[in-house]
Design a protein around this ligand. Sequence first.
Ligand SMILES: [Fe+2]
Length: 391
Amino acid sequence: MKLTKTIFALAWMAASATSVLAIKIVHGPYLQNVYENEATIVWISDKPSVGWVELAPDDGTTFYATRRAQFFDTEIGVKRTSNLHAVRLTGLKAGTNYRYRIYSKEVLSHKGFRVMYGDVAATDVYRKQPLKFRTLDSKKSETNFVMINDIHARKDIIAPMLNAADYKNRDLIFLNGDMISIVNEEKDFFDGFLDECINLFAKEQCMYYVRGNHETRGEFATEFNKYVCPRQSHLYFTMRQGPVYFINLDTGEDKPDDDIEYSGITDYDNYRSEQAEWLKTVKDDPLFQSAKYRIVIAHMPMSHEPGEWHGPRDCADKFFPILNTMGIDVMLCGHLHRDKYYEPSGEANFPIIVNSNNGTLEGETHGNELTLQVRHTDGKVVTKKVYTAKR
Ligand SMILES: [Fe+2]
């Protein structure tokens, strides 16, 4: 047995050493859209390939104990040949740990019905522990989370901000927009913040990402949905963890669509109208109806305050009338690059907490109390609010 393992290890190392041109996984994997019964895993290989994920229960067995369930990266029934892979894992159990391994098999050519394959790259489950994640659980008694926003490619600040909020012991991590300033190519995502998030947490903890107005800019911006929420039909989404239901909105751009800055390429007024129609359906979700707390996460604070631009005004026009009927406890925003607090008003019957670009918002439930606070990297708490459960 020991000899077999040694031979296997030597073969693995020899293959690694000699295959300098072998296919490699160059970014990721990272987790997207982890809910109670599904999760999506995304990664990039350096050569066109087909991709798949092996999924195993976290039951103490070695990963090699048996053939593991395989989920393929497919599009309309065909394995996708691509450098970018996104595999949706379905049929998962709530509140359950899973282990996984990803694969990319190089596609050398595809002519007619003949496909020629090259080498295979995979994450290591021999010398390392398999990667893990945990599904959401609406029956969990309590939850907590952290949120950062407006990083604008200052990737070196991400670790201090998350560490200040003890992110390794938090249930959920949210990025609330403007993680980069413009997206002209794929490299901008990974260099600006995504590789750093993968190194810190995103291989094993979902990166719940609410788009900001800056991710809408640049020639690669239309590709955003291939990297974030890649197996969903849109970027806005809901989720439930423990007693909290989260409504994650996409507030779009801040200026009018016909502003010179957008060169006639945007259509966010119609996009927000379409999103508002979707928002009206959220109240029908049983997980929404039974949630003790209801939190909205949105990049731009919605408002008609004097001096406010078109985007936040259009959001207020379209989303507030719906949200005001939904028993929302609080809305969490960024965008302003400063801390701000909006009391409930005539236009929104819930408060809005705005987190600055140097603050980490921490949320925790304890029985009938929801505590939210913003902490700067120097440890100073600049905003602290405690809300009592309405339900
Ligand atoms: Fe912004």
